[in-house]
Design a protein around this ligand. Structure first.
Ligand code: ZN
Length: 243
C-alpha cells in the first residue's frame, strides 16, 4: 500500500466507465479524497456489460480497500442517448472498428470527453464536489484527441470561466502507459485491486465476457484488448514496471 495522506478538505467526482483506467482512478481518488462520488454516462453503448462492470468494481472496493470504502458516496448515471444518436460510432452502433479519413479509429466518439466533462462539472457543482477525475491518457496514443492533456486543460479553463469558480480536472493516468497503470493499481491496492480489475472491470470494445485471460475478459483482438493485454504482460514480467 502506498502512504499518501488524503486531503480531508477535498472531495472528488470520478468519471467512471467501469474500465481498467477508471477503476484505477477510483482507487486513486479514494486514497486522496475524503468524499468520492462516481458518474457514468449511458450514451447508447452497445454493451450493457459496461454498466454491470461499474457496479461490480464499485462494490468490490469494499473488500479491496476496506479502510477507504466509507469515503465512497453515491453513483450517478446520466442518460446521454441524445448525444449517442448524434455521435454514432463503432462503440454505439454496429459499424466495424477501422480507421477513418482523418486517421481516427471509428471507436472515436467526437467530442465525447468534452460532453462528459461538461455534465460532470454541472453534477459536481450541484453535489458540492471540488475536483473532477478522469482516466484520460495520451501515452498509449489511441488516436483520441480529446484525451490529450492540452484538451483537458482548455476544458478546465472553459468550465472555470463558465461556472465562475475553479474546476480542476485531475488525470492521474495521463503520462502512464498501460503497464504503468497496472503497476499503479498494484501500488494502491496490491494484488487484490489488480484481481478486482482483472475480474470485474471491462474494456473490450466488443463486450466479450466469455473469453477469460490473465488480464481479464475480452475478445483479445480489438484495440482495447490488445492494449490491455500488452500492458499486463509487460507489467507482469519479473522486475515489474514502476510508476
Ligand atoms: Zn476486445
Amino acid at each position: 500500500m502506498s502512504e499518501i495522506q488524503p486531503n480531508p478538505s477535498k472531495s472528488a467526482l470520478v468519471l467512471f466507465s467501469g474500465g481498467q483506467d477508471s477503476a484505477t482512478c477510483l482507487a486513486w481518488a479514494l486514497e486522496r479524497y475524503d468524499r468520492v462520488e462516481t458518474v457514468g454516462f449511458d450514451y447508447g453503448q452497445r454493451h450493457a456489460v459496461e454498466m454491470d462492470a461499474r457496479i461490480k468494481v464499485r462494490d468490490g472496493m469494499e473488500r479491496v480497500l476496506p479502510d477507504l470504502f466509507d469515503r465512497l458516496g453515491p453513483d450517478h448515471v446520466i442518460d446521454l442517448a441524445g448525444f449517442g444518436a448524434i455521435a454514432e460510432t463503432a462503440l454505439t452502433s454496429e459499424r466495424a472498428i477501422e480507421i477513418d479519413a482523418r486517421g481516427l479509429p471509428t471507436t472515436f466518439v467526437p467530442g465525447r470527453n468534452l460532453v462528459f466533462l461538461t455534465y460532470a462539472a454541472a453534477l459536481a457543482d450541484r453535489r458540492g464536489l471540488g475536483v473532477l477525475i478522469g482516466g484520460m491518457c495520451e501515452t498509449d496514443f489511441s488516436g483520441y484527441p480529446d484525451c490529450r492533456r492540452n484538451t483537458i486543460d482548455a476544458m478546465s479553463q472553459a468550465l472555470s470561466l463558465g461556472l465562475d469558480k475553479p474546476v480542476p480536472i485531475e488525470t492521474p493516468l495521463m503520462a502512464l502507459n498501460k503497464a504503468q497503470t497496472w503497476a499503479l493499481a498494484h501500488q494502491i491496492g496490491g494484488r487484490r485491486l489488480v484481481d478486482l480489475i482483472v475480474e470485474d472491470s471491462h474494456t473490450c470494445y466488443l463486450g466479450d465476457r466469455e473469453h477469460s485471460h490473465a488480464w481479464g475478459y475480452g475478445c483479445g483482438t480489438c484495440p482495447a484488448c490488445e492494449l490491455r493485454a500488452a500492458g499486463y504482460a509487460e507489467w507482469a514480467q519479473p522486475g515489474e514496471v514502476g510508476v
